[in-house]
Design a protein around this ligand. Structure first.
Ligand code: MN
Length: 487
């Protein structure tokens, strides 16, 4: 069902377009050779170009251009073989040159599309309007001195890709799914690390509301939202605010706003500039960017497998469900982990363990797939013990928890704690005999037709064997014994 905001006077549709700034993975900046490592001492990664010293000339970094082209290809987008750098003029203390080198009329990447997955199992195509290359600005630091603002120019000149979506997004969920999918594609491509908390990916969220069937109304832009959860919250909060404005007889004014995550509201930042306020013009220091068609083709041929293709492969070659495959491919590191665990093993079992107990332990311990609670090899070792009937599935859960707690291998824990599965039919028969004798009333009920009691007997027999009985043999023995006439 379509997402709407219920006003006092009927439903409102929400229209969202996103502009995502993604920091390019590159050793050097877009127009200088200065390094880009995160967390370096302030102003230790600044060339004269980045500090805008007079007479310095920018030189475009081919590695950054290649990353933008690869990203465009990953977004199924048109690559413009001729693009151009423009100056976007504005005055702000974090921008020493007084202009940002960006791309305005002729971006390097044109229209494309990505598919996002929604919670109800449906998918939706979100259009990409464009991707352009531009420089980042420096960072102002207001809390180091009582009366002065300090500036760190390490970020100044770092390459960004601004990825603009079509206004195809219609709900907070779709906005979140879009950013998640975009981040996943960038990480698979290795063109942006997607670390929103470090600021290497941030979203400007354009929101408007309208009655069904209407033309678009005025939108507001919520700047620099730095987590997927906040993107979703900002869409909802801003849509509710605009509905209230329209329904109270007011008019939504085009402006730039900020999302206050503490209070869950958006508030005004500045009135929105239009393009003409920036007095864009072609940067006279840079030639138009002309790409060789063969070079673009070679980048395309060398693209890695992307999440959609990997999901299809997981379904086809491992027999996973669409849902399980989607969960596993969302993060490249998780998909790699899965493929390591399932090599030579039952892929469905591997998927179930990763999506179940493994993720639960990882979340509980606040760890990540890069720093997992058990390694892929160790989890594989546990699966081997289940596959060769050394332990049953019930005991395996306890063994897994012990592995998480101690870091020991599954085999070591099974040996130490004597958890080997009992497949001795004599021992199983003795346990079953004991259970049936102790529960004569239930046996009578079962034999009178209450077959639902079977699970009760299985539970009792497993308990009698301290959880170590072979479930298939217990079932078999119980069925046989319960079918015998009462003594
Ligand atoms: Mn921008």
């Amino acid at each position: 069902m379509a997402y709407t905001i219920e006003g006092s006077d009927g439903a409102w549709e929400v229209v969202v377009g996103l502009e995502v700034h993604a920091q390019v993975i590159s050793n050097a900046k877009l127009f200088s050779g200065a390094p880009t490592a995160f967390g370096a001492a302030p102003n230790s990664q600044v060339s004269f170009v980045d500090a805008a010293f007079p007479g310095m000339l920018p030189v475009v970094n081919a590695a950054c251009v290649a990353q933008a082209v690869r990203t465009g290809l990953g977004l199924n987008a048109h690559i413009n073989l001729v693009s151009r750098f423009d100056r976007k003029n504005y005055f702000y203390a974090d921008l020493p040159s007084g202009y940002q080198i960006s791309q305005f009329e002729h971006p390097i990447v044109g229209t494309g599309a990505i598919e996002v997955e929604l919670a109800d199992g449906s998918t939706k195509t979100i259009g990409i309007t464009r991707l352009h290359l531009e420089q980042d600005a420096g960072k102002l630091i207001h809390d180091q001195h009582p009366s002065k603002t300090l500036i760190d120019l390490n970020r100044s000149g770092v390459a960004l890709m601004e990825i603009v979506s079509e206004p195809d997004i219609r709900s907070p969920e779709e906005a979140g799914a879009y950013v998640r999918k975009l981040r996943s594609i960038l990480r698979y491509l290795g063109t942006c690390d997607g670390n929103m908390e470090e600021g290497s990916m941030r979203a400007d969220v354009n929101v408007s509301v309208r009655r069904a069937g209407e033309a678009y109304r005025t939108r507001c832009e919520i700047k620099n939202v730095n987590s997927i959860r906040f993107v979703m919250q900002a869409v909802e909060a801003e849509a509710i605010r605009q509905v209230e404005v329209w329904e109270s007889g007011g008019t939504v004014v085009q402006e730039t706003r900020l999302f206050d995550s503490g209070r869950g509201i958006t508030r005004p930042m500045r009135s929105k500039e239009d393009a003409q306020d920036y007095r864009y013009f072609p940067d006279p220091d840079l030639l138009p960017l002309v790409l060789d068609e063969d070079w673009v083709a070679s980048l395309k041929a060398a693209l890695p497998e992307l999440p959609d293709a990997r999901r299809t492969r997981f379904i086809q070659s491992y027999g996973l469900t669409l849902y399980d495959a989607g969960v596993l491919v969302a993060e490249k590191a998780t998909a790699d982990f899965f493929e390591k665990v399932c090599r030579g093993r039952d892929a469905k079992a591997a998927a179930n363990w990763i999506a179940g107990d493994f993720f639960a332990a990882m979340n509980r311990q606040g760890r990540s797939i890069e720093d997992p609670p058990v390694t892929a090899d160790a989890l594989g070792g546990l699966l081997d013990l289940i596959a060769d009937n050394t332990i049953n599935g019930r005991i395996a859960k306890d063994v897994f928890e012990a592995m998480v707690a101690t870091g020991k291998s599954a085999a070591a824990i099974v040996d130490e704690q004597g958890l080997r599965q009992v497949t001795d039919t004599g021992a199983i028969d003795i346990a079953v005999t004991r259970v049936l004798a102790a529960n004569a009333a239930n046996v009578a009920l079962y034999q009178a037709g209450n077959t639902k009691l079977f699970g009760f007997f299985v539970g009792q027999a497993m308990k009698a064997m301290a959880g170590k009985g072979n479930p298939a043999l217990i079932n078999e023995t119980l069925k046989r014994r319960l079918a015998e006439p009462r003594e």
